[in-house]
Design a protein around this ligand. Structure first.
Ligand code: SF4
Length: 259
């Protein structure tokens, strides 16, 4: 009897091995925690909602034969997260982790694609690391919205994402023609609208409306981008641009992610 490869187990093992190898490099300073991997069906109508609300590209737009988005998250070691709490500048460890985790994430995409190749699956990357749209104040494709669709957690301030392993770390994703996601709920238009509104509230951007940010969070923002009404994404982006000219994402600052 032929017993097939447990591809999800293989992907996890290969990811863990790649992280160990990456951390062993003498030029790498960042230490990482336990990775998580999620699987979302590209036919889930939640992706159509993201696309029609222009909060993310659609996976089928990126890779037509794709049936599953494989999302990976590698948390930073806790001391890196703590080093970024308070102050007006991102900590050195946070900045280094941002850059090094980007290299790791690219490597993990390669590792997952190689694993999928062993079971005859096609796959495609979702974006380039510097994919950032300054008009929309977001990346074209959102790994985190894919993570949300895969049930990996919920959003936090400025588009941060809270997983079981915390909010600090690096997301990446690839799309494959293999079918690995759990069955999704057939969501009605009203349910999709409710999910959209919930995500907007979790982001705590001003557009969501209502007093949603406390004094501590307002004070924690070095960019003056937070008021009681919420986060002003343009002001946030302007501040983040002073840290990283090419990727002015809230990830490079992250001071409000703790609230
Ligand atoms: S500038 Fe920093 S603290 Fe302020 S909203 Fe943006 S990410 Fe959060």
């Amino acid at each position: 009897m032929h017993i097939g490869v447990d591809i999800k187990a293989k992907i996890m093992e290969d990811i863990k091995a790649a992280i160990r190898e990456f951390e062993a490099r003498p030029d790498i300073k960042t230490r990482f925690g336990t990775p998580t991997v999620g699987y979302a069906d590209t036919r889930n109508p939640i992706f159509d909602m993201y696309f029609s609300r222009t909060i993310s590209d659609h996976p089928k737009q990126i890779y037509r034969p794709g049936n599953t988005v494989v999302v990976h998250f590698v948390p930073y070691a806790p001391e890196i997260t703590q080093s970024n709490k308070g102050g007006t500048e991102p900590s050195e460890a946070w900045k280094t982790a941002f850059t090094e985790s980007m290299w790791l994430s690219m490597r993990l995409n390669g590792v997952i694609r190689e694993a999928l190749d062993t079971v005859g699956r096609l796959s495609s990357c979702t974006n380039t690391p510097t994919d950032w749209n300054e008009e929309l104040c977001r990346e074209g494709w959102s790994h985190k919205l894919a993570a949300y669709a895969a049930g990996m957690g919920k959003f936090g301030p400025a588009g941060s994402f809270q997983t079981e392993e915390g909010f600090a770390g690096r997301f990446g994703s690839i799309i494959t023609d293999g079918q690995y996601a759990e069955a999704f709920d057939p969501l009605s238009a009203d349910e999709l609208e409710a999910i959209y509104q919930e995500i907007q509230k979790q982001y705590r951007y001003q557009e969501a409306g209502g007093p949603i940010c406390g004094q501590e969070m307002i004070k924690a923002c070095p960019g003056g981008a937070i008021s009681e009404k919420g986060i002003d994404r343009k002001l946030c982006q302007a501040y983040c641009k002073t840290i990283d000219e090419h990727i002015p994402s809230p990830e490079v600052c992250g001071k409000c992610f703790f609230y």
